[in-house]
Design a protein around this ligand. Structure first.
Ligand code: CO
Length: 291
């Protein structure tokens, strides 16, 4: 063996031993301390705070003895808010702080809608903390829609929170975010399951499939004259205000209006309704059940 490779070997042994010693607290196990880390994409819109506060309240009510922390996955939004003097943690920073505060078991709860790119990035972060000799357990909970049961609960939540009195030629268009991630298929699956109950409910996305043109053609085929536009995102933020209900000619409202469909935007995020929040809150029970 060459001299340098010995040195690398010796150094890595020392490093591993050092990390193990530091985290094991000289051999004794730290007392069990359970925490919840809620992770949202984030929003720079002040109105989005309603959604976050609502979730915070519900999680604390469901698990009153467990401390709750927050983290936000969007770098852009964290930077934007930092300029306004609001320091928000990334999941990495929040987990490091919780390690520092001697939490031993952490339920990381994704507040994303589907298991898309943001969710899988979060899964990688949680995985890194798992493989580190720090927490005894750190587990990620499912986003809003993961299992078939989640899909059914989401369908029920949507039906329960939509305007009830609608004529035959009136529709509801939900605006999902959409993603290049394979999980984008959830949106079309959701529309299929919604339409089994009400064929005038459509699900489109800003950045994925189904897109706005497809939804427009589906509505025209059904001779829809009026559509409620509803964000299918946890907060009614920038996408809802601008891409959905904005004045620009490429907003959904403008595109549908051009096609002769009267639009009624409803600017409320899913996290403002108990029906949806309950699903996320129940998902926290997944990781907690393993502690
Ligand atoms: Co976006």
């Amino acid at each position: 063996m060459k001299k340098w490779s010995w040195m690398v070997l010796v150094m890595s042994v020392f490093l591993t031993a050092g990390i193990a010693l530091a985290s094991s607290g000289h051999g004794h196990k730290d007392p069990k301390k359970v925490g919840i880390l809620l992770v949202a994409f984030g929003s720079s819109e002040a109105s989005a705070q309603v959604s976050f506060e609502n979730i915070d309240k519900k999680v604390k009510a469901a698990y009153p003895s467990i401390p709750v922390r927050w983290a936000y996955t969007s770098h852009i939004i964290r930077e934007k808010l930092a300029k306004q003097g609001k320091q928000l943690d990334s999941p990495e920073v929040a987990l490091a702080k919780m390690l520092d505060e001697k939490f031993t078991h952490v339920a990381v709860q994704s507040l994303h809608t589907i298991g898309g790119a943001e969710y899988h990035d979060l899964r990688k972060t949680v995985g890194a903390f798992k493989s580190m000799d720090g927490f005894q357990k750190v587990i990620l909970g499912y986003p809003l829609m993961a299992t078939q049961k989640d899909m059914e609960r989401t369908v029920d939540a949507i039906l329960a929170t939509l305007p009830k009195k609608r004529e035959k030629n009136e529709a509801v268009v939900l605006m999902g975010h959409g993603t290049h991630h394979p999980s984008n298929a959830f949106y079309a699956a959701l529309m299929f399951q919604l339409q089994l109950k009400d064929s005038n409910i459509f699900v489109g996305t800003v950045e994925g499939y189904p897109d706005v043109e497809l939804i427009k053609s589906m509505m025209l085929k059904k001779k829809i004259k009026k559509a409620y536009l509803v964000p299918f995102m946890s907060v009614a933020g920038d996408h809802a205000k601008n891409d959905m209900a904005g004045d620009e000619e490429d907003s959904w409202q403008s595109i549908f209006t051009q096609a002769g469909i009267k639009c009624v935007p409803i600017l409320k995020g899913t996290a403002e309704f108990a029906e949806f929040v309950d699903i996320w809150v129940d998902h926290v029970g997944g990781p907690l059940g393993h502690f």
